[in-house]
Design a protein around this ligand. Structure first.
Ligand code: AMP
Length: 219
């Protein structure tokens, strides 16, 4: 019989390292990395209706409405490459999204396997956000000081141009942290109550966080 699909959630504030860690975990686990923020940015790049709708919320540092977000992520999870599960990054971000995910998975007799909650102090998050740069072509993430590309402004992977996200600019970061505290942090208790939460100290070098994540997964 096929193995149960695994749905592993990376939870944490903006710039806690979810995306960076997921990109490194993906191959080790053999699971696709499904990042709601990346899906929105891809839609925006392709100027789809969904992307243009999401942009208004993203630029303000607000969450995109639950129904739009949930439909987009569920569609992604229904694709063939997610047959053995997924590494979810940035989704769910509200209790309503978490409930919708539980419901959709349980319809297939599946469930969330584990929630890795990555923490870091606010001042560290702000420092990371302000130095973050993304590749315009492949979306790879860098930090000008902590995780710099070999050549400044150029992606190591494909030579693409590096840019700063609109919502990483100082005027939006405070709003995103506030939105996280109000709307996303209730998920910590939601998953703790289900016995799924593992807390990971994200204020360590990238490799050390990765090692802790792998240890938690292989428990
Ligand atoms: P991220 O790349 O995860 O920081 O996401 C960038 C932006 O995309 C967020 O600030 C939101 O505006 C939007 N977004 C990403 N994931 C979600 C989600 N699960 N629910 C609502 N909005 C989201």
């Amino acid at each position: 019989m096929a193995e149960e699909p695994r749905y592993i959630i990376l939870l944490g504030p903006p710039a806690s390292g979810k995306g960076t860690q997921a990109a490194r975990l993906r191959e080790a686990l053999g699971l696709p990395h499904v990042a709601s923020g990346d899906l929105f940015r891809e839609n925006l790049k392709n100027e789809t209706e969904l992307g243009l709708k999401a942009k208004v919320y993203m630029d303000r540092g607000d969450l995109v409405p639950d129904d739009v977000t949930t439909a987009m992520v569920m569609e992604r999870l229904s694709r063939a490459d997610c047959a053995s599960g997924a590494l979810l990054d940035g989704f769910p971000r509200t209790i309503a999204q978490a409930e919708a995910l539980d419901e959709a998975l349980s319809a297939h007799r599946h469930q969330v396997s584990m929630v890795l909650y990555i923490t870091a102090p606010d001042e560290v998050l702000i420092e990371r956000v302000s130095g973050r740069r993304l590749c315009r072509t492949c979306g790879e993430s860098y930090h000008v000081t902590f995780n710099p590309p070999r050549q400044s402004g150029v992606c190591d992977k494909d030579g693409g141009d590096l840019y700063q996200r609109n919502d990483d600019k100082p005027e939006t970061v405070g709003k995103r942290l506030q939105v996280y505290r109000q709307q996303t942090s209730p998920l910590i208790d939601y998953y703790r109550r289900q016995g799924l939460l593992v807390e990971i100290d994200g204020h360590q070098p990238i490799d050390a966080v990765q090692a802790d994540l792998r240890a938690a997964i292989h428990g």
